[in-house]
Design a protein around this ligand. Structure first.
Ligand code: NAD
Ligand code: UDP
Length: 317
């Protein structure tokens, strides 16, 4: 048995499954815990044959989880479990809040019992509709605490607060990452996020749906870059929070044009209402990640989109 044993909660999801691959690849024991609410067991099917990989289908809120993991020599816990796309968390408002609060607390208790390192996947959404641009980790954010998106934003803000409270009160070794919009293979094609919508609309010959006037911005990070950043933080002695994302910023109109160009299509764009509290601008300041982790993204939007289009194209057969 290898000396490191990491729980990846949410390990059957998009980012979690790539993390499982990387951790298994470097010879660690990996326990993937997932309730398959927004993930897919197919994302880790290729790992189930590995002796150092275990899949536990369980909600992180379920108290049975602690007993299910009791005999494992846990050295680290990466908490990736949460609905992540706006349609997914708006469909499960109470579950999202419970996952971020009670689920995170149970994982912190398990980390405490095993003296394990605890890693929290937080989000750029803690900055809300930001009044500071680009966003540095010192910015406290502009979140509507009772808006529809608050079920996700406040769950993550609470999870950050709880993680720091366990660190201060119990001396737990913790890491907090704030992930900015990430895309790539293994996203669920119907997750409703902009990159999957645009690519699948373009591949189906349907108009691309622009919410609002399309002038809002996001900064898109390719999954390989993101996962390298997450592991660099997990392995470091930096508590964080640390932003991990790609600082190259695009409007949704620019993203739509890039996707159409790569697919070789001149499909029209159609306008749809802007969701409530949709952030107008988002771009990470990644000075901390560069200086403390020696990490920065290397994959351009065009190259990352090409890989993602190939993946969705192949998945459609
Ligand atoms: P995803 O939906 O593909 O993965 C989340 C996984 O967690 C899924 O497999 C889901 O089934 C599982 N899950 C959800 N609730 C659970 C629960 N209560 N118990 C057990 N498993 C549960 O989403 P993703 O994009 O891979 O996101 C992973 C993490 O990264 C999330 O915490 C998300 O908030 C965070 N994040 C992602 C992005 C991004 O752009 N992808 C940006 C910011 C933050
Ligand atoms: N968006 C869009 N068309 C879509 C889906 C989303 O214009 O079909 C917009 C959405 O309003 C937001 C941006 O794209 O401004 C990013 O949305 P996504 O759901 O991917 O992520 P988030 O809002 O969480 O950053």
């Amino acid at each position: 048995m290898t000396s490191r044993c990491t729980i990846v909660a949410g390990g059957a999801g998009f980012l979690g499954s790539h993390l499982c691959d990387q951790l298994i690849g470097r010879g660690e024991r990996v326990i993937c815990v997932d309730d398959l609410s927004t993930g897919d067991s197919a994302n880790v099917a290729h790992l189930v044959v590995q002796t150092d990989f275990r899949f536990v289908q369980c909600d992180i809120v379920d108290p049975a989880l602690t007993d299910l993991l009791a005999d494992e020599p846990i050295t680290g816990i990466m908490n990736m479990a949460s609905p992540a796309s706006p349609p997914a968390y708006l469909l499960r408002p109470i579950e999202t809040l419970r996952t971020g609060s009670r689920g995170t607390e149970q994982l912190l208790e398990i980390a405490r019992a095993h003296s394990a390192r605890f890693f929290l996947a937080s989000t750029s959404e803690v900055y809300g509709d930001p009044l500071e641009h680009p966003q540095r980790e010192t910015y406290w954010g502009n979140v509507n605490p009772i808006g529809e998106r608050s079920v996700y934003d406040e769950a993550k803000r609470y999870a950050e607060a709880l993680t720091m409270a366990y660190h201060r009160a119990h001396g737990i070794d913790v890491r907090i990452v704030r992930i900015f919009n990430t895309y790539g293979p293994r996203m669920q094609p119907d997750d409703g996020r902009v990159v999957t919508n645009f690519i699948n609309q373009a591949l189906s010959g349907e108009p691309l749906t622009i919410y609002g006037d399309g002038s809002q911005t996001r900064s898109f990070c390719y999954v390989d870059d993101e996962v390298a950043g997450l592991l660099a933080l997990f392995d470091s002695d930096v508590t964080g929070p640390v932003n991990v994302g790609n600082p190259n910023e695009f409007t949704m109109l620019e993203l739509a044009r890039e996707v159409l160009d790569l697919v070789g299509s001149d499909l029209p764009l159609v306008t749809r209402p802007l969701p409530s509290d949709d952030p107008k601008l988002r771009r990470p300041d990644i000075t901390l990640a560069r200086d403390l982790l020696g990490w920065e993204p290397t994959v351009s939007l065009r190259d990352g989109l090409r890989e993602t289009i190939d993946y969705f194209s192949a998945a459609r057969g």
